[in-house]
Design a protein around this ligand. Structure first.
Ligand code: SF4
Length: 394
């Protein structure tokens, strides 16, 4: 304990980092998903838990001399489907985090979960293990849409998971829903948003379905003769939902995220506010002290390398000065509050309005970008063309 106490003192002036743990298993593979995941294989899962624990425990040794930053204040179990790990497995991974890092007492500990994988008993056990934020992958409150997406829960199961989470003591609950689904009309989307409001989470993430070129869902759509609505309808869906949620106790704080006051995702804010994080597990990325690295993605290879004591990194490089400020600006512009011109100038020695104002002015004149009080921020309509605005900086 003495060692841990002194470590707290040594890092007190350094912002705490976030810890991300990638769990690459799913009970079924959704036909639109392009994440790093595979079908649950119990044999691999039994090897995964000790491997990721070994990686976490070895992490301090991987840091460069002079840049050690062992304070952490968020842990995020993402996937894949992290709720396929049982509460005891989550608890032992969290123990490793506490041993290897000075994890703050009030750390935000998020578990992504799919509704069909949780019960009131397992949720109570996750809570007991130290998880204090639950992010449920609901995706839709319509059964026909869920079937089309290849999800293995229905809307009733999603509602049950919300109720179970509340009775297990989760007072920080997030729901993910998806818009611009094949065949989805504005009215059907409104139905899901109204159901979300009725479920009354503390936070919600609203994602637009993006179909990668060979997504199996494209074949499903071709057979069913369904298509995504035109872009302007998708824009209406987005604006309607954000307006509706803003009017019902939530505040949009990022392009895809709304939260009740104080319930913004502290972990994800590290990505959007130029923070630092360490990622563990197959394919996980880390960014710290201007260095970015990535773990090998394939789960079997990750396990073999950890078990054999080999390096699991596949890419490690120092970010260039330009990459660092560009990323800081672009990520901050995702936030409703946007980017402070002065903060970027202080940190990176660059006045972004002086350097890029000529290219940004047309977006300001079109009402897509606001230049007010020393900040640049996207309007709601501007958020729909965020990627176009970001290209100005690259
Ligand atoms: S549950 Fe999530 S991670 Fe798994 S296949 Fe479906 S979308 Fe991908």
């Amino acid at each position: 304990m003495a060692g841990r106490a002194s470590r707290h003192v040594a890092v007190s002036a350094v912002p705490a980092c976030g810890l991300y743990i990638h769990v690459p298993f799913c009970a079924a593979i959704c036909p639109y998903c392009n994440f790093n995941r595979g079908l649950l294989d119990d044999r691999l899962k039994r090897r995964y838990v000790p491997a990721v624990i070994a990686e976490i425990r070895g992490a301090p040794a991987r840091r460069r001399a002079g840049t050690a930053r062992s304070a952490a204040d968020t842990v995020f179990f993402g996937g894949g489907t992290p709720s396929l790990l049982d509460p005891g497995e989550i608890a032992s991974i969290l123990d490793a985090c506490r041993d290897a890092f000075a994890l703050s007492a009030d750390a935000e500990v998020t578990l992504e979960a799919n509704p069909e994988t949780v019960t009131s008993a397992s949720l109570a056990a996750y809570r007991q293990a130290g998880v204090n934020r639950l992010s449920l992958g609901v995706q839709s409150f319509r059964d026909d849409e869920l079937r089309q997406l290849g999800r293995i829960h229905d809307a009733a199961r999603a509602r049950q998971a919300v109720a179970d989470a509340r009775s297990a003591g989760f007072d920080n609950l997030s729901l993910d829903v998806m818009m611009w689904l094949p065949g989805q009309t504005v009215a059907r989307w409104q139905e899901s948003i109204e159901a979300l409001q009725a479920a009354d989470p503390d936070h919600a993430s609203l994602y637009m379905l993006e179909l990668y070129p060979n997504a199996p869902l494209r074949d499903v759509m071709a057979r069913a003769g369904s298509a995504q609505a035109p872009d302007d309808v998708a824009a209406d869906m987005y604006e309607w939902a954000m307006d509706a949620l803003d009017g019902s106790g939530f505040r949009q704080y990022e392009i895809s995220n709304v939260a009740k006051p104080g319930r913004e995702s502290r972990h994800n804010l590290k990505y959007w506010t130029d923070g630092e994080w360490l990622g563990f597990g197959p394919g996980a990325h880390s960014t710290m002290a201007g260095v970015r690295w990535k773990n090998v993605s394939a789960t079997e290879e990750y396990l073999a390398r950890v078990e054999g004591g080999a390096d699991i990194g596949v890419e490690q490089r120092d970010l260039t000065a330009a990459e660092r400020w560009q990323e800081a600006v672009i990520m901050a512009l995702r936030l409703r509050d946007g980017v402070s011109i002065e903060t970027i100038a202080r940190k990176y020695g660059l006045d972004i309005w002086a350097g890029y104002g000529d290219h940004l002015q047309p977006y300001v004149e079109a009402g897509l970008l606001l230049h007010l009080d020393g900040r640049l921020r996207l309007s709601r309509r501007g958020m729909l063309v965020a990627n176009e605005v970001f290209t100005v900086f690259i």
